[in-house]
Every structure is written in C-alpha cells, then in structure tokens.
Design a protein around this ligand. Structure first.
Ligand SMILES: NC(=O)c1ccc[n+]([C@@H]2O[C@H](COP(=O)([O-])OP(=O)(O)OC[C@H]3O[C@@H](n4cnc5c(N)ncnc54)[C@H](O)[C@@H]3O)[C@@H](O)[C@H]2O)c1
Length: 254
C-alpha cells in the first residue's frame, strides 16, 4: 500500500536519496527544501509525481504547513527530519553566537518543529514512523565542529524522549547517524553561512583523513543511508524505537 512520506532538506544528497528510495516503492513522496532550485532538480531526477514545497525548517509555520499537506490525503505514515548544515569544523574559538544560533536553529530546533508537527498528526492516527538524520558527530567530538556536534547530540536526546512519548501510540522514532557521505553539504552550507567559517576542512575534506578515521577506508554513498531509513519505515522494524543507528563504515566502533 502506498504511504505518505514527508522529508525535509530533500533537494540534495542524503534527503534526495531517501526520496528516491521511497518513490521506487511507489510511496507518495513529499519533499521540502530551502532551495527552490534544488527542489526542481530533485523533481526532474525522481519524477513529476513527487510533491515539492519550498520551506525553511527554522520557520515553524512553514514546517507545519508542509507536514500537514503531506498527510492531508490519508494521513502521514513516515516523517524524515533530514535538513541540516555543517559548521566548517569550527571549534570554541571560532564559534560565534551567530554561527551557533544558525547551526542549532536548522539542525536541532528545525528538527523539533518537524517532529512536533508530525507527532500531532500521527498520535490520533495511532501509527507512524519518525526517522531523524543525526551524525557520527552526536557521539564523536572529532567528527565536526562545536555547534554541529551539540546539535547532533541534542537530536539523540530528543529522540530517546520522543520514542517514550510515542510508543504507546504505535509510533516509532529513531536516529540514523551517518559517517562521511558523498554529498554537497559543504557547498550547500556555505550558501547559508555566508563566509562566517571555512567549510573546506575536517574529516572528509581530503581522502587521507578517511583512512585514519573510518575502518572501511572510504566515504559512504547517500543510498547507503537511504536504505537504512527505508528499513526503519518498514513493517519489519515495528519493535525498533529510541535507537541511534550509526551508518559510518565502522567509525563509531573505533
Ligand atoms: N554528508 C555527510 O557526510 C553527513 C554526515 C553526517 C550527517 N549528515 C547529515 O545528513 C543530512 C543531510 O545532509 P547532506 O549531506 O545530504 O547535505 P546536502 O547539503 O546535500 O543536503 C541538505 C539539504 O538540506 C537543505 N537545507 C539546509 N538548510 C535548510 C533549511 N533551513 N530548511 C530547509 N532545507 C534546508 C539544503 O538546501 C540541502 O538541499 C544533514 O542533517 C547532515 O547533517 C551528513
């Protein structure tokens, strides 16, 4: 049966691969992104059936309107909180209040707005799957900058409480935490950070660093994240909730 799936930040990279994975299963896929140009390219890549909405996840009304329209016809089955930006590996010395607020605003508060709107729809339905895209940086300080690490660790805490609140209603919530994945996150984040930090640094910026951090010795493909997300939305994952699933080539095993 075709499900309604809503994904934020799905104009590019991991979110786009997630949208593709659900579309291949015949689900009705609704995607939001801050970039109209990336949404248009995503629609061309996936097909005209996909529904697109320009929305900034830091705007709670825009997020709620996106989520509600995705669930308007038959309810909301799956919500994927994916929109995120990278902080250029900035440590405490370089993390200004402006940088902190933007990273936390998109990665953590933006995710809260999404899961709040999705939960409000899913609780009366007594069904639903929430999947939050975290990061290895939620557990590894060396993975990214200060604000980014704080935002991704915050998602893990939010997810655990969310799972407790939603389990009695038949809804699961999990975090998928990618390692280094081949996407345009550096360039896309730079658009929003407007020169506050240099985004071309840190693990993944050069291939030699990958060998030091990642046992698999390579970065991952967006599809390798998308397939785990799709599994979490399947019936076979019905008893799996409140977890952080690292998809990182073994990085967090080190
Ligand atoms: N690429 C990696 O190595 C990696 C690793 C760990 C976690 N992640 C996480 O995966 C998620 C997706 O990242 P990606 O690598 O695919 O990056 P990406 O830049 O390719 O895709 C992210 C998309 O989110 C959109 N976006 C950014 N801010 C937004 C906002 N305020 N409102 C709506 N949309 C917004 C961007 O326009 C972009 O299309 C992020 O949460 C990121 O933190 C990525």
């Amino acid at each position: 049966m075709s499900r309604n799936v809503a994904i934020t930040g799905a104009g590019s990279g991991i979110g786009l691969a997630i949208a593709q994975a659900f579309a291949e299963y015949g689900d009705r896929v609704h995607i939001a992104d801050i970039s109209a140009a990336r949404l248009e390219a995503a629609q061309q890549a996936i097909g005209s059936d996909i529904r697109t909405t320009v929305a900034d996840v830091t705007d709670p009304d825009a997020v709620r309107s996106f989520v509600e329209s995705a669930g308007a016809d038959g309810g909301l089955d799956v919500f994927v909180s994916n929109a995120g930006i990278f902080d250029g590996y900035a440590g405490i010395d370089e993390t200004t209040p402006t940088l902190w607020d933007r990273i936390i605003g998109v990665n953590l508060t933006g995710a809260f707005y999404g899961v709040k709107a999705a939960s409000d729809l899913m609780i009366p339905q007594r069904r639903g799957r929430i999947i939050i895209i975290g990061s290895v940086a939620g557990q590894r300080g060396a993975a990214d900058g200060l604000a980014y690490a704080a935002s991704k660790a915050g998602l893990e805490g939010m997810n655990r409480r969310l799972a407790i609140d939603l389990a009695p209603h038949g809804i699961t919530s999990n975090v998928v935490a990618p390692g280094v994945i081949k996407t345009d996150i550096r360039a896309n984040s730079a658009e929003q950070l407007q020169g506050i930090v240099d985004v071309n640094r840190g693990v993944g910026a050069t291939s030699d660093m990958m060998d030091a951090f990642v046992p698999a010795g390579r970065s991952g493909e967006p599809r390798e994240i998308a397939d785990v997300v799709r599994f979490l939305a399947d019936d076979s994952a019905s008893y799996l909730t409140g977890q952080v699933i690292s998809v990182d080539g073994g990085w967090t095993a080190t």
